[in-house]
Design a protein around this ligand. Sequence first.
Ligand SMILES: [Mn+2]
Length: 313
Amino acid sequence: MRLKEEELRFYIPEPTATFFQAPSGIEEQPGVIHIVGVPLDDTVSNRPGTRFAPQTLRQISPYIEYTSTRGNIVPVNKVVRDVGDIVLYQGDIEKNIERISKAVSILVKQNNLKILFIGGEHTITYAILRALKKRTLLIYFDAHLDMRDEWPLGQKLSHATHVRRLVEHEKDNVFVINIGARAYDTEEIEYARTQKNIIILTHSILKEIPPGSVLKIVRSAVREFDPEIVYLSIDVDVLDPSLVATSNPEGGGFSYNDLFTLLSGVVNIVQDKLSMVDVVEYNPLVDPCYATAYNVLRIIVDIIDLLCFNSLS
Ligand SMILES: [Mn+2]
C-alpha cells in the first residue's frame, strides 16, 4: 500500500480476524471494497451497544453464503479488503469525531478508494463527511431524520442531530436526501422542509408514489446539485424492527425487499460518483442469538455486489 501505513495504523490497527475471512489491508485495484469498522457508541440515547457491531458481524460473516439478492455469488476474497476498526476513546465524542475524521482523511489521500464503513452509531456519518471536504450529496436510508437541534436537550452533537450539524457546517457544499423517515418530531420536520438543500422522502410519501418516481426525484437532485461525490448511508433501523435489532427501533418499517428495490435503484443512478457507503446502528447487545445480524450481513453483501459487480463482469 502507498499510504503511510504507520500513520494509518495509529488509528486503525491490523485486524486479527477479517470480514468474510478476506485479506486485510489496502489494495488499490478498481472494484476493491475496503471495510472499515467505526465502533462509535457515545451518544446513543436509548439502547447502547452499537460499538460491538463491527466485531460481531466480522465473526459471523464467514458462515453465510455470499449470494447477493440479485443472485450473484460475490467473490469476497477478490473484492473485499478488511482495513480494521478505528480505535476510539469510549465516552469522548469530540475526541472520537476528530479521530474518525483523521483516519478518514488519511484513507482518502488515496484517490478513488472505495470504502464501506460499518458503525457504530449514526454520528459516524458526520465525522466521515467532515473529513472529505468535497461537494457531497448524502443519501441516507433512515427511520429518523437525525435533524433535531439538540438531543437529549442541551446536547448539540448526537445520533439524533448529526445531519442538521452537517448541513449547518457544510452549507451549500452539501445536499441531503432522506429516504424512509417514519419517526420525527415537529421541530425537525419543519427544519427539514425549510432548507433548500434537503429533500425528505418520508415513509408516508413512499407509500403514495411508486419506486420509479422516487428514483426520478433522486436523479434530478443529482443532476441539479452536481456533486463531486455521493455518499450513501444506511441506518438499518429503516427496516422493520422484526428484521433487525437496533438502538432506536421504530415499528412499521421497510421489508428487506422495499429497501433493496430503492437501494439498488439509487446505486444505479449514482454509481459513477459513489465511492463511500456506511451501514450503521446495528446493535448486537439487543440481538439475542444474533438472529438479525444475518439481515445486516445481507445488506453488506448486497452493497458489495452493487458497488463492484460492474467492474468484475
Ligand atoms: Mn439515523
